[in-house]
Write a protein that binds this ligand. Structure first.
Ligand code: ATP
Ligand code: MG
Length: 559
C-alpha cells in the first residue's frame, strides 16, 4: 500500500489518536447516497475509508445516506453494494441505512426543541432565503424563533403525521442568525416531503437534512474518524454543534479531503444520470462511463482501480487528475495479468500453397510471456490463414525500417509459427489485394530461418477455418474536452461522438470461444480486451469483446 506516510494526513491523525489513546479502535464508514451508481471518485473515498480501517485493524461500515425519498432507489442500493464488494472490500456487519435511525433522530429533534435549541418555522422557502442574509450581511431572526416549546413540539408532530402541506413549515435549529458561517444561521433540520421512502414506506412525512442526520448517525455507529470531501468543511462547526448539544453515545470527528476529478470525463452523479437518462450512453455500465460498473464491464480490474486510488494524494485541496494516470495503472495491471491471444481485426486471407489442404498442425504458444501458471494455447495451423490487411503490402519499395511486416516477395514471421514468404497476390476488379499466396519456410518453428532469409518482423495471424468470429468494440474518451462544460458551456456539447467503434467480422484464435468474465486478454499487437458481459448474458454463443485499453498511450501523442 502507501509506503509514504506523509502522503496521507488522515493516516497521521489516526496514528496519533491511537498512540495517545484517544481511540482504541478505528471505525470509518463509506456513506453513499443511493441516487446513482458509484464512480471513480467514490472509489477514492472507498479505498481511503476501507483502506484506513484495514491498515489499523479497524472496521469500516457501509451506510446508505437515504434521507431523500425523491431520488433514491433500491436498484442503486444493490449496485453500490456489489461495486464495493467487487472493489475488494467488505463492510463490517450488516449494511446500515440512515433511515434505520429516523426514530432516534426524531427523538433528538424533540430534545433540541425542549432545550430551546430548535423551533418550527413557517417562513416560506423564499423568505427563509431572504432572512438568511449573505456572506457579507448577517441574517435576521425568524418571527417564529421564540415560539413556545410546546407549540413547536405539537407542530413537529403534525408535520410528521402528514397534517401539514409541503413547504409550509420546517424544523430549524436555533443557533445564530448573525454567525459568519452561514451554515450556523438556524439551519433546517427537517422538511416535509409527503412521499413514500424506499425503505420506510409511508411512515414518515418529514425527512432529516444531511447535516442533522450525518454526525448523529456517525455517533450512533461509534465512527471515530468521519472522512468526507472538502465541500463539507464549512459544515463541520454544525456537525460539532449537534454532537455537543445532543446526548449522543460517542463523539466522532470529521476530516475533509479533496475530491477526485478526472479530466476528459465527469464525476458528478447528476451529470452521469443525465448521460444515461438522455441515452447518450448505453446505461450506467456503458464501458465509456467512469462508473465502477462501466470500468468493470470494459475490463478494468479492481486491482488497477485500487492501485490508482492509492497513488492519489489525500490532500486538503480538490485536484484534477490526468486520465493518463488511471490508464497507466490499468495497463500496468493487465500487462501482468492478461492472457495473450491473437485476433485479426481486418482479415486478409493468406493461402499457404505448400500446406496440404485439410491438414491441421497444432502449434503451442505461451499464455503469458512470463507467467508459467497461465495455460499454454493450442494454435491450429492450416493452409488458409488470416492476417491483418494492413500487415501486408505489395509495395516492394517500402523500407525495412518503416514497414516491419509482410511485403510481396519477402519474409515475415507468424507469431509462434513459421516464417512465410509472400509469392503472389490475387486482386479484385479495382486492383485491391484480396488474397495473398505464400509458402512456409520449413523448420522455422522456434528456430531461426536459414542464412539469407530475413523476415521483416513478426505479425499475428489465425487459422481461417479454425478461428472464431467475433465483434470488437473500441472506445475512445467520452468527451473531447479535458474539462467538459468549461466556461459555462453545456457539458453535453463536449461529448465525443466518435467514442465507440464497433468492428464485426473479426477472427480470433479458437481459445477465445471460452472467454469468460474471469479472463482478461491482451490481443497481441492490438490492445487489452474483455468479453462484454451484457452481450454474453444475452447470447452466450456470440463473442463480443470490449477494448479495455490500447497497448500504448496514443493520447499524449495527439496534439
Ligand atoms: P456526486 O457529486 O457525484 O453526487 P456525492 O458526494 O453527492 O457525489 P455521495 O453518494 O454522497 O455522492 O458520496 C459518498 C461518499 O463519496 C461521500 O463521502 C463523498 O464525499 C465521497 N465522494 C463522492 N464523490 C467523490 C469524489 N469525486 N472524490 C472523492 N470522494 C468522493
Ligand atoms: Mg452527497
Amino acid at each position: 500500500m502507501d509506503a509514504n506516510p506523509s502522503h496521507n494526513f488522515i493516516e497521521q491523525i489516526i496514528r496519533k489518536d491511537l498512540d495517545e489513546g484517544v481511540v482504541t479502535k478505528v471505525i470509518t464508514r463509506f456513506p453513499p447516497e443511493p441516487n446513482g451508481y458509484l464512480h471513480i471518485g467514490h472509489a477514492k473515498s472507498i479505498c481511503l475509508n476501507f483502506g484506513l480501517a484495514d491498515r489499523f485493524g479497524g472496521e469500516c461500515n457501509l451506510r446508505f445516506d437515504d434521507t431523500n425519498p425523491e431520488k433514491e432507489e433500491d436498484e442503486y442500493v444493490r449496485a453500490i453494494e456489489s461495486d464495493v464488494r467487487w472493489l475488494g472490500f467488505q463492510w463490517s456487519g450488516q449494511v446500515r441505512y440512515a433511515s434505520d435511525y429516523f426514530p432516534q433522530l426524531y427523538a433528538w429533534a424533540q430534545h433540541l426543541i425542549r432545550e430551546g435549541l430548535a423551533y418550527v418555522c413557517e417562513l416560506s422557502a423564499e423568505q427563509t432565503r431572504e432572512y438568511r442574509g449573505t456572506l457579507k450581511d448577517a441574517g435576521k431572526n425568524s418571527p417564529y424563533r421564540d415560539r413556545p416549546v410546546e407549540e413547536s413540539l405539537a407542530l413537529l408532530e403534525k408535520m410528521r403525521a402528514g397534517q401539514v402541506a409541503e413547504g409550509a413549515m420546517t424544523l430549524r435549529a436555533r443557533i445564530d442568525m448573525g454567525s459568519a458561517n452561514i451554515n450556523l444561521r438556524d439551519p433546517v433540520l427537517y422538511r416535509i416531503k409527503r412521499r413514500p421512502h424506499h425503505r420506510t414506506g409511508d411512515s414518515w412525512n418529514i425527512y432529516p437534512s444531511y447535516d442533522f442526520a450525518h454526525g448523529q448517525e456517525d455517533a450512533i455507529e461509534g465512527i471515530t474518524h468521519s472522512i468526507c470531501t472538502l465541500e463539507f468543511e464549512d459544515h463541520r462547526p454544525l456537525y460539532e454543534w449537534f454532537l455537543d448539544n445532543l446526548p449522543v453515545p460517542s463523539k466522532p470527528r470529521q476530516y475533509e479531503f479533496g475530491r477526485l476529478n478526472l479530466n476528459f470525463t465527469v464525476t458528478s452523479k447528476r451529470k452521469l444520470k443525465q448521460l444515461v437518462d438522455e441515452g447518450h450512453v448505453d446505461g450506467w455500465d456503458d464501458p465509456r462511463m467512469p462508473t465502477i460498473s462501466g470500468l468493470r464491464r470494459r475490463g478494468v480490474t479492481a486491482a488497477a482501480i485500487r492501485s490508482f486510488c492509492d497513488s492519489l494524494a489525500v490532500a486538503k485541496t480538490d485536484g484534477t487528475v490526468d486520465m493518463a494516470q488511471l490508464e497507466h495503472f490499468i495497463r500496468d495491471d493487465l500487462n501482468d495479468t492478461a492472457r495473450r491471444a491473437m485476433c485479426v481485426i481486418s482479415p486478409l486471407k493468406v493461402v499457404l500453397t505448400d500446406v496440404r489442404e485439410g491438414s491441421v498442425e497444432y502449434l503451442s504458444a505461451p499464455g503469458h510471456p512470463s507467467r508459467e501458471d497461465m495455460p499454454q494455447r493450442r494454435l491450429p495451423f492450416t493452409r488458409e490463414i488470416y492476417i491483418e490487411s494492413d500487415d501486408f503490402s505489395d509495395d516492394t519499395s517500402l523500407s525495412r525500417k518503416k514497414f516491419k511486416r509482410l511485403v510481396l516477395g519477402e519474409w515475415v514471421r507468424l507469431r509462434s509459427a513459421y516464417v512465410i514468404r509472400a509469392a503472389a497476390v490475387v486482386r479484385d476488379e479495382e486492383g485491391a489485394v484480396i488474397e495473398v499466396h505464400a509458402t512456409t519456410v520449413p523448420g522455422t518453428i522456434g528456430e531461426n530461418p536459414p542464412e539469407g532469409i530475413n523476415p521483416r518482423g513478426v505479425i499475428h495471424w489465425v487459422s481461417a477455418s479454425e478461428s472464431v468470429a467475433c465483434e470488437l468494440r473500441l472506445y475512445d474518451r467520452l468527451f473531447k474536452e479535458a474539462s467538459p462544460g468549461v466556461g459555462g458551456r453545456d457539458f453535453l456539447e463536449d461529448i465525443n461522438h466518435d467514442s465507440l467503434e464497433v468492428i464485426s467480422g473479426c477472427r480470433g484464435e479458437p481459445s477465445l470461444a471460452d472467454a469468460n468474465l474471469d479472463i482478461h486478454y491482451q490481443f497481441e499487437r492490438q490492445g487489452y480486451f474483455y468479453r462484454d458481459a451484457k452481450a454474453l448474458a444475452a447470447d452466450p454463443e456470440r463473442l463480443v469483446f470490449n477494448q479495455t485499453i490500447s497497448l500504448k498511450d496514443n493520447w499524449s501523442n495527439r496534439a
